[in-house]
Design a protein. Structure first.
Length: 375
C-alpha cells in the first residue's frame, strides 16, 4: 500500500478525535481532551455506566469484578437471569443477594464466566485484573484463540485469547520503551474499562468494520496514514453528514515534516477535507497549551513586522475546490511567535504542542484535538 505524499516524513502524533457527548461533559472530573471522554459519554448515553452521587466519574478508580460484569452484561444486552450459583453472592440464607448477583448469574449462563475456573466463590468486590477482563470480553464475543505470534513483551508464554483481543483491536496493550506490555495481573481503572466496553459495543455491531476503522485510526494516530486511509475517512464522514443534517464532519488534520525544509520549519498542518463542507461552515485553529504560538510576526522588506493571529475563523467549502493542496499552518523555526516573546520562548525536541481545531456550522460545533511532538 503506497504512503501518502511519498517523500515526506510524518511526525509522530497523537490524535484525540472527540465527538461531543453531553453526558461526558456532565461529569465534573472529565474534560473533552481526556482520551477516555468519548467512551464514557457514549456508555453514559447507553446507560451502561453511571457517575457518582457528587457528579464525578472517578476515572482513575479501580473497577471491581462485579462492576465490570455489569457493564459487559448490559453492553451485550443479555436477558437477565435472577439466580445464585456462587456462595459469596448470598452468604447466608437470610441475607440479601449481592447487588450484582443477577449480572453475574447472567454472565455465567452465557459462558462469560466459567464455573469450573472460578470455583464456589466469585469474589465480586475484588479488583478485576486485565487478564480476567480480556478473557471475559473474548468469551462474550465468541472469539476463538489466535495462533499468531505473541505481541506482548512481558508474556513468556503466548495466550491465544490475549493475542486475539490484540488482533481485533479490542485491547492493544501498554506501549513502554518501544515494547508492548500486557500486564496480566494489573488492575483496571474506570476509564480503561469504559474504553474497552465501548469497543466491545462497536465490535459487536460490526466486527469487520470495527477492525478496519480502528486500524485506520491507529495509522492516523501514529502519522503513518496512507492516501487510501484519507480517502476512506473522507468517504465515511461524507456518508454520515448525508444521513444526518446536524452532523458535522470530523476535520481530517494531517501533520507533515519536509526534511528538505527542516532548517526553516518544524512541521506543516493540512486540513485535508476542507472542500467537503458546505459554504456556511467555518473553522479555526488554536494552540491550547502554548498560547504564545497563537500569534506570530513575519518580517517585511522594510524591516518592520506584520502580525498574524492563527485563531481567526476561516471559511470552508467550495472556494477551495479548484485550488491546489495548501498548507493551513506552518510552525517555522525562526518566526513562530511575536518578536517580544521569541527570545524567551523556545521550541525544543520532545516538546508536545496541543492544537484545538473547531469546525462551526450553524449552531453546531465539532472539535478535534491534535498533539504534535517536535522531533
Amino acid at each position: 500500500m503506497r504512503k501518502y505524499n511519498k517523500g515526506l516524513t510524518f511526525l509522530l502524533i497523537t490524535a484525540f478525535v472527540l465527538a461531543v457527548y453531553v453526558s461526558a461533559a456532565g461529569f465534573k472530573d472529565i474534560k473533552e481532551t481526556d482520551w477516555f471522554a468519548e467512551a464514557v459519554g457514549k456508555l453514559s448515553e447507553l446507560d451502561i455506566v453511571n457517575g457518582l452521587p457528587d457528579g464525578s466519574f472517578n476515572p482513575q478508580g479501580e473497577v471491581t469484578r462485579a462492576q465490570f460484569i455489569k457493564m459487559l452484561v448490559q453492553a451485550m444486552d443479555y436477558k437477565k437471569i435472577d439466580s445464585v450459583s456462587f456462595a459469596d453472592m448470598k452468604p447466608y440464607p437470610a441475607s440479601k443477594p449481592h447487588w450484582a448477583s443477577v449480572y453475574i448469574e447472567t454472565a455465567l449462563r452465557n459462558g462469560v464466566i466459567i464455573k469450573a475456573e472460578e470455583g464456589d466463590r466469585f469474589y465480586p468486590d475484588a479488583p478485576i485484573t486485565r487478564k480476567d477482563m480480556v478473557m471475559m470480553i473474548c468469551r462474550a464475543l465468541k472469539l476463538n484463540p489466535s495462533d499468531r505470534p505473541n505481541p506482548y513483551f512481558d508474556l513468556e508464554e503466548s495466550n491465544g485469547y490475549f493475542t486475539k483481543a490484540y488482533d481485533e483491536y479490542l485491547v492493544r496493550g501498554i506501549p513502554m520503551n518501544g515494547k508492548i506490555i500486557f500486564n496480566p495481573t494489573g488492575v483496571t481503572t474506570r476509564a480503561q474499562a469504559a474504553v474497552i466496553i465501548s469497543r466491545l459495543v462497536d465490535y459487536k455491531a460490526d466486527p469487520a468494520g470495527f477492525v478496519k476503522r480502528m486500524a485506520m485510526e491507529e495509522r492516523f494516530a501514529s502519522g503513518t496514514q496512507t492516501a487510501e486511509d484519507i480517502a476512506l475517512k473522507r468517504e465515511m464522514e461524507i456518508k454520515k453528514a448525508l444521513s444526518d443534517p446536524d452532523y458535522i464532519m470530523e476535520p481530517i488534520i494531517i501533520i507533515e515534516r519536509d526534511e528538505e525544509w527542516k532548517e526553516y520549519e518544524y512541521f506543516k498542518l493540512f486540513f485535508e477535507n476542507e472542500t467537503d463542507y458546505s459554504d456556511d461552515a467555518e473553522w479555526k485553529l488554536e494552540c491550547v497549551n502554548y498560547k504564545q504560538l497563537n500569534s506570530f510576526e513575519m518580517p517585511r522588506p522594510n524591516g518592520t513586522f506584520v502580525k498574524y493571529d492563527i485563531t481567526n475563523w476561516r471559511p470552508l467549502g467550495s472556494e477551495y475546490k479548484n485550488l491546489p493542496r495548501t498548507c493551513s499552518y506552518i510552525l517555522g523555526t525562526n518566526y513562530y511567535t511575536t518578536q517580544a516573546l521569541i527570545k524567551d520562548f523556545k521550541i525544543y525536541p520532545g516538546m508536545k504542542i496541543q492544537f484545538k481545531i473547531t469546525v462551526k456550522q450553524g449552531l453546531n460545533e465539532r472539535v478535534v484535538y491534535k498533539t504534535v511532538e517536535i522531533q
